[in-house]
Write a protein that binds this ligand. Structure first.
Ligand code: DGY
Length: 327
């Protein structure tokens, strides 16, 4: 049980979580759950945080300045059940001496698995193939149509060689792909899985038959996959994104998919999701998923426990393992 003096700590969870995670919350804290699993309005969040010590949230809920600036002084930590943390105003939290933590590592393998699904799904036409069968449009089998694109042995570029990028590289090696990557700094040799480092994103792009976005969303990366950069890739390249939707410029990507400059794309994340740019829905050469990167029971459960571990460490007076507001 997590206490401060004789009192149990009070925690607000903004969303439903896996049953074992909620059970641990109930056993350890005086917890306010969100049984409806619908987003709380700003007014509801602020009303429910009165007297609260800790908030457990996720990337679906935005903790911008209008939230973080208004939280009561009782709130000491915001733990997000996500590796991404661009939805929280970290600078303001730090200024208000509110700790912020995330949940890296535990979703790496699931997200890398899904990235391979995007690559294969986009290249081999999983969406249109599935629709042809379901809608009874298979027609007369032919040797020349429909056709997808090869994956094995092709050139593969990774934007962002963090934990997930490395796990994607490890998998792509199994397909005999020639690997390239761009990130702010080169990683240690063993972590690159034989990938060639490019110090400039633009220098990597001519080598990318496939480009996988695995970087975090920051002011530097937002919109970086734009028309100018797409034009540096080989004609007919394939783009996949399992990171954040705002790293791509939707107009540029949709234009490239329409012209054939991009042969296909596999997208799990979108700017403004779930309200995605409607033009994606009418394109046959995109394989679309609803942000499923970490969506397995074991991974979601591990993320919840990792978030609670961080909160408990914080209230024991220790430095949480995944502290984002440290020096
Ligand atoms: C993350 O953890 O950031 C995933 O994208 C799920 O939100």
């Amino acid at each position: 049980m997590t206490t401060t003096g004789a009192q149990r700590l009070r925690l607000l969870a903004t969303r439903r979580m896996m049953p074992d995670v909620e059970a641990r919350l109930a056993a350890s804290f005086d917890v306010t759950l969100n049984p409806t699993d619908t987003p709380l309005t700003r007014v509801e969040v602020l009303a429910r945080t009165s007297g609260i010590d800790a908030i457990l949230t996720c990337s679906l809920d935005k903790f911008g300045p209008d939230y973080v600036g208004e939280l009561p002084a009782s709130v000491r930590i915001i733990a997000t059940h996500s590796v991404g943390y661009e939805h929280i105003d970290i600078g303001l939290a730090k200024a208000r001496r509110i700790a912020v933590t995330n949940t890296p590592d535990v979703l790496t393998e699931a997200t890398a698995d899904l990235t391979l699904l995007l690559i294969l799904g986009a290249a081999r036409g999983a969406s249109w193939g599935d629709r042809m069968v379901r809608e009874n449009r298979w027609g007369e089998p032919s040797l020349i149509s429909p056709l997808g694109f090869d994956v094995s042995g092709r050139r593969f570029g990774i934007l962002g060689m963090g934990r997930i990028g490395q796990a994607v590289a490890r998998r792509a090696r199994g397909f005999g792909m020639a690997l390239h990557y761009h990130s702010r700094r080169p990683v240690a040799d063993g972590l690159a899985h034989g990938a060639t480092y490019h110090g400039r994103f633009a220098d990597m792009l001519p080598h990318c038959d496939f480009l996988s976005i695995n970087c975090t969303s920051t002011p530097e990366t937002r919109g970086i996959v734009n028309a100018a950069n797409l034009a540096l890739m080989p004609w007919g390249a394939i783009l996949v994104n399992s990171s954040r939707g705002d790293i791509v410029d939707d107009d540029s990507v949709i234009g490239a998919l329409q012209s054939g400059q991009l042969a296909a794309a596999g997208l799990d994340v979108f700017k403004g999701e779930p309200n995605i740019d409607p033009r994606y829905r009418s394109l046959d050469n995109v394989f679309l998923l609803p942000h499923l990167g970490s969506a397995t029971p074991a991974t979601r459960s591990a993320m919840g426990h990792r978030a609670i571990d961080n909160i408990e460490a914080f209230f024991r007076g220790e430095r949480p393992r995944d502290l984002l507001t440290g020096d």
